[in-house]
Design a protein around this ligand. Structure first.
Ligand code: AMP
Length: 185
């Protein structure tokens, strides 16, 4: 069973939660580009200062910055036996960069989490109320969804042979059960 997993799904689909559970099950690192960028912003690093305005507007941070950040992370020793990528690659250019550096087997399985758009908006508004994230107001949410459709969904074709679709509606346990079945197929 391959341990180089990529999660794809719109913001708010529960990707982060499922990725964390899979990370615990497989014992590989969780490489979450959004978390890494938020940490860079919180630590006021050069990367954080460059990235923050894109993040607040719900835009993608420029490829060059994100690709460099992830490639540095994947070169660390703990990623040698696998990883769960969450949020990267976010578009075909980033996927091509990853293939160029790590080869075709940079990713074994692509798990695509699916839920309806209305369900997502509802979940994200709830998350905004709980976590206070500045990119979770309704117009920004809709914009991030639009970017997902135009920029990120084409990855499903890019990785077509590796894709397993997972129904993301249900409890965390139900969805995780489907995630694990997707891995075994
Ligand atoms: P996330 O937590 O994955 O929803 O990411 C939050 C924000 O970080 C996104 O709306 C983007 O502004 C930025 N971001 C995260 N991952 C990437 C990426 N791979 N490429 C460009 N921007 C990203």
């Amino acid at each position: 069973m391959g341990r180089r997993i990529l999660f794809i799904g719109p913001p708010g689909v529960g990707k982060g939660t499922q990725a964390k559970r899979l990370v615990d099950a497989l014992g590989v690192p969780h490489v979450a580009s959004g978390d890494m960028l938020r940490e860079a912003v919180a630590n006021d690093t050069e990367l954080g200062r460059e990235a923050v305005r894109y993040m607040e507007a719900g835009e993608l941070v420029p490829d060059k910055l994100v690709i460099a950040m992830i490639e540095r992370r994947l070169r660390k020793q703990d990623a040698y036996c696998g990883y769960v990528l969450d949020g990267f690659p976010r578009n075909v250019r980033q996927a091509e960069a990853l293939t160029e550096t790590l080869g075709d087997d940079a990713i074994d399985t692509v798990l695509v989490l699916e839920v309806t758009e209305e369900e997502i908006v509802e979940r994200l508004l709830k998350r905004a109320a709980i976590e206070g994230r500045s990119d979770d107001d309704e117009p920004t949410i809709r914009h991030r969804l639009e970017i997902f459709r135009t920029e990120t969904e084409p990855l499903i074709d890019y990785y077509t042979d590796k894709v397993q679709r997972v129904d993301g509606v249900g409890t965390i346990d139900q969805v995780f059960c489907r995630v694990v079945s997707g891995m075994i197929c």
